[in-house]
Design a protein around this ligand. Sequence first.
Ligand SMILES: NC(=O)c1ccc[n+]([C@@H]2O[C@H](COP(=O)([O-])OP(=O)(O)OC[C@H]3O[C@@H](n4cnc5c(N)ncnc54)[C@H](O)[C@@H]3O)[C@@H](O)[C@H]2O)c1
Length: 388
Amino acid sequence: MLQEPVNFAVIGCGALARGMHIPNIAKSPKTVLHTCCDLSDEALKECRDVHGALNISKDWRATVMNPEVQAICLATTEKLRFPVIELAVEYDKPIYVEKPLATTLEEAYKIQRTVNASKIPFCVGHNRRNSPAMIEAHRIFRGQMDKPQICDWRWDREGATRPKRKDDGVATFCCRINDDWYSWKNWVFDKTQAPHGPMLFEMTHFTDICNWFLASEPKEVVAIETGMLNHAIIVKYTGGEIATLSLCGNGTFGYPKELYEAMGNASMVVCDHMCEVRTAGIKNVPSRITFPFLKDRHPNIGTQGGIAGWLEKKAVACHESLDANDPMLQFAAEPDKGHAHAINRFVDEIKGCGGVVCGVDDAVMATRVAFAAIKSAKEGRIVRMEEV
Ligand SMILES: NC(=O)c1ccc[n+]([C@@H]2O[C@H](COP(=O)([O-])OP(=O)(O)OC[C@H]3O[C@@H](n4cnc5c(N)ncnc54)[C@H](O)[C@@H]3O)[C@@H](O)[C@H]2O)c1
């Protein structure tokens, strides 16, 4: 059994890794930033000089095989997945893999077989499952679905003569993503790196969240897309639950990116941009809970927190961005999307004192739903899950 702190190697030290995993691993008492591996000298220099990586390397094979490396964080683009995972399995090293798990279903299934035949702890970077706000919203909603605490003020107009409905209480889940595609980097449009575009690499985050909240098995999927930027998807589950996903790449960073709304058993649980949870219809649960921001440059503005606080901070930051002619200044306070918690909870899983964070089977299911949506949009019909 591994002891803390665990020596991590990060393979692929690009934008996401240097923005999240590398500083998080360097900062956490549970982990050591043992090795950073990338092809770029510039990235490696930053890893060593700014983030304090103990070692740097351009060779991912040697990095995985290094006996001092105890766990891997794979954050290359999805072009490189299976060979690294296969070697990690061979050397018995736990591995955290960025989403999407694979660029094809064949590769996803190959990874699933390989990981399930091994004993290595395995985690996919569907980080939102680790966001404090999402965890709280999920806990409250699943509580209401499993043991409903329905408010006494519910209007039961027909009482005993109310007809029985098979979908009485059954959950639905809506997920709205507001994005601005002008911010996307070039590899997103490169078919060799991201053959299915955001319909796969963004979508698996959200299909995973739908599956997690609804706790049911996806049955069929229907999707429409307008090319690359806008997508609308509906997923039906075996228990009758329905998830609706709306992703728009023609939105704006001036407004919160993500809104999740879960309904069922006469209740509503909303997670707004992972900084505020609102509830209604559930006995003894607060109607509004706010969560701390990360990298808050304006702690004295929007002190009420939550969405209202975020909007005030954002308005000031957008002015600053304009004044300084620096687009990066528009990012004022970020919601905690769970990246750091994901690595820390994965360490607990590795040590055997925490549950599975986001294992291969759940990740493959989220990936299959995304592929069913891709197929549905292409063929203009409902796709059953057994087709993918
Ligand atoms: N979970 C999240 O919130 C989130 C957010 C953004 C991106 N991602 C995912 O993270 C992954 C990386 O995205 P990014 O935006 O950081 O991309 P990026 O292009 O900025 O970084 C990828 C890095 O991998 C390196 N690389 C490529 N081949 C390599 C090899 N053979 N050996 C070592 N390094 C190699 C590149 O040099 C580059 O530095 C993608 O799969 C993306 O979908 C996840």
